[in-house]
Design a protein around this ligand. Sequence first.
Ligand SMILES: O=C[C@H](O)[C@H](O)COP(=O)(O)O
Ligand SMILES: C=C(OP(=O)(O)O)C(=O)O
Ligand SMILES: [Mn+2]
Length: 465
Amino acid sequence: MTDASTVPPSTEVPVAGPAPDPELDAWRALPIQQQPSWQGTPAHRAAVEELSVLPPLVFAGEVDVLRQRLSEAAQGRAFLLQGGDCAETFAGATADKISARVKTILQMAVVLTYGASMPVIKMGRMAGQFAKPRSSDTETRDGVTLPAYRGDIVNGYDFTPESRAHNPARMVKAYNTSAATLNLIRAFTQGGFADLRSVHNWNRGFRENPAHRQYESLAAEIDRAVRFMAACGADFEALKRTEFFASHEALLLDYERALTRIDSRTGLPYDTSGHFQWIGERTRQLDGAHVDFLSRVRNPIGVKLGPSTSAEDALALIEKLDPNREPGRLTFITRMGAKNIREKLPNLVEKVTASGAQVLWVTDPMHGNTVTSQNGYKTRNFEDVMDEVKGFFEVHDALGTYPGGLHVEMTGDDVAECLGGADPIREDQFDDLYESVCDPRLNHRQSLEMAFLVSGALAKRGVRP
Ligand SMILES: O=C[C@H](O)[C@H](O)COP(=O)(O)O
Ligand SMILES: C=C(OP(=O)(O)O)C(=O)O
Ligand SMILES: [Mn+2]
């Protein structure tokens, strides 16, 4: 992989389609986890062929901009906020749900920017987060066993043999749903809706609660400051729009490969399914297909690191995925669990830092803290989630390294999936208000509350030079 960071961003559409390529297709010969069972069927080939000639969802120039932004975060001068559903669904791609999620992320970003006094990079687990790795291949209900739900890109959530069958045509639907979602996100963030002078509007339509009120008073402060600056003659052109990036787990390599295009400016491959892709905890095997494939694209990429990660694993991943030690290229998303983070993270951070690598450290306080509720739902306690975030800050503060971002499963909707919070969610609300088809998400007010807590932690650290 050569360095393209000196090439100016452009929005020119790359021309070359994905013809067979020994490097980009090397993963096909390697062990691969968590894939659907449709390999080699005519319907699978047809779907891949169709995807291969469809337009890119994002441009290489935007991907380069993101890499630069993430390099700032890796050096302590910006903070990444990455959030969205555990599993997006086709049915959930409605204007209301997408706008509530975007508004919530914008609100969280304002809260964080205010606390941190530094830029916040906004990134959705959106417009492509359709594939799920699972612990088990099957699910059994009342004595009936069917294939596990693996995300809308693979099969349906309904518990019937037809719905649970792996259907490759779903990859094309995932592409189209991603395109529609991204189109709306672009309209929201570029068309005036994200104007910083609308901070109050983003709170409208959400239910009254403590986080909502705290946000209102912060919005009033921002409003006053904006009016003061306007009276001083400030130019607010830059506040009208905001950058917003799309990310997802690169799990279905056929889909990712089919959307990988050679950039006409640089001759280098970009995975145009989104700006940023990550490798999950279950597919980060060093000699496996996922690590190989993502090592060959120019996008900034992430790897989830769970509590079993050794320092040697982390260093080997850096060697493979970021051989040029390019800040912004590689993000480590740690998901240790509140009970483990203070014990396990320091060794990883120390050894990685000592090696001279400059990765971006992000905390995912969700996946290490999943429990089953008394009434049988997958859930997370807000206190555990917050405790992992606190542990993440403590570890980095003690080592003098940068806690560079937050990765959360969240929604703008008024759901009950994670327990607790200032306006607490209880187990008895799950039957009526649990909507997630995979992992439990923070609801709108829990997301805001988390943003205030993280904002406080960032404010305490102060701005880095
Ligand atoms: O989102 C992540 C994974 O898909 C999920 O945590 C796995 O959950 P499972 O154990 O229910 O398969
Ligand atoms: C599958 C996920 O996480 P992890 O790979 O960390 O388990 C996820 O982010 O939904
Ligand atoms: Mn998840």
